[in-house]
Design a protein around this ligand. Structure first.
Ligand code: ZN
Length: 292
């Protein structure tokens, strides 16, 4: 089954496919084992629930596209979980091609900072290329201006004019033929400490009505309350990205071990702490997204 098949199951059954970023073998281990633990604990069938893992351009550069592919393949073989590898926020056709050439299952062509027309043109060129290689490759576009970075920040300006416009989203989907679309309706990248992140569910409902056949993706899930996720899924979100919260957990787990054993030089002994903390966050989020 393709990623789009799994997203369809999620949409029909009102749950969301989780997406986490990784940059190393032990981070991928934390994500896969955290996801697996939730499936096993709740007796959820492996053929219904897929996991998405992704590397941004920077993460792929650090880890290597073919290394990311090989690591994901090894976990698929070992666990039998349908895991899909995504090129997250790739900003050009050239970079998307690079990921696809290395066997990535899906790409997010993020041309959201370009003009509406240029965004359509760039996204369309990625779809053409991806589908010519393999029609099962799922392509995501992004519309609206998603502010913030995947880290801790105090405040981020939220401007309604940055939000995805329902009339534009319809035109965008028709002209590009994207499988999924990342939208902006109050979500931001990262976590803000001095501000409340509030989603505009009325807008989400309108977007969902305008493009009911397209899978809607929520980026910047870190920092949102459980209830917000549930409401977002009820209103059409089928794929949720979490990055900052797992990054913070990884760092805190690592810091704790290093403080506890300041003279320790054996990597697996301190990385173990990072994996444990990261796994906990993955489990918490997966439980909410799969509505368990
Ligand atoms: Zn994102």
């Amino acid at each position: 089954m393709s990623l789009n098949d799994y997203l369809k199951i999620a949409k029909e059954n009102k749950f969301a496919v989780p997406h986490f970023n990784f940059v190393s073998a032990e981070q991928l281990e934390a994500i896969v084992l955290g996801f697996k633990k939730v499936l096993d604990f709740h007796n959820l069938p492996y053929d219904k629930y897929a996991l998405m893992v992704g590397t941004s351009e920077g993460e792929a550069k650090f880890l290597g596209y073919s290394q990311a592919r090989a690591l994901v393949d090894s976990w698929k073989k070992e666990t039998n979980i349908p895991i899909f590898l995504n090129a997250d926020h790739h900003k050009s056709l050239e970079h998307c091609k690079e990921a696809i050439k290395h066997g990535y299952d899906t790409v997010l062509i993020d041309a959201s900072t370009m003009s509406f027309e240029e965004n359509i043109k760039t996204t369309h060129s990625v779809i053409d290329y991806a589908k010519s290689v393999n029609s099962d490759i799922s392509v995501e576009g992004e519309l609206g201006y998603l502010r913030g970075e995947s880290k801790l920040q105090e405040t981020i300006e939220i401007r309604p004019e940055d939000f995805t416009k329902p009339e534009e989203v319809k035109e965008f989907v028709e002209k590009t033929g994207v499988d999924r679309i990342a939208i902006v309706f109050g979500n931001i990248h990262g976590i803000v400490s001095k501000q409340e992140e509030k989603l505009d569910f009325g807008l989400l409902e309108k977007i969902n009505k305008a493009v009911s056949e397209t899978f809607l993706v929520l980026h910047g899930g870190s920092g949102l309350a459980d209830e917000e996720f549930k409401k977002a899924i009820e209103n059409g979100i089928t794929n949720i990205h979490i990055n900052t919260e797992v990054r913070v957990a990884y760092r805190e787990g690592l810091d704790k071990k290093l403080r506890e054993f300041p003279g320790e030089t054996t990597p697996y002994k301190f990385l173990e702490g990072a994996v444990e903390e990261m796994k906990k966050v993955v489990e918490e989020k997966v439980k909410i997204f799969l509505k368990q």
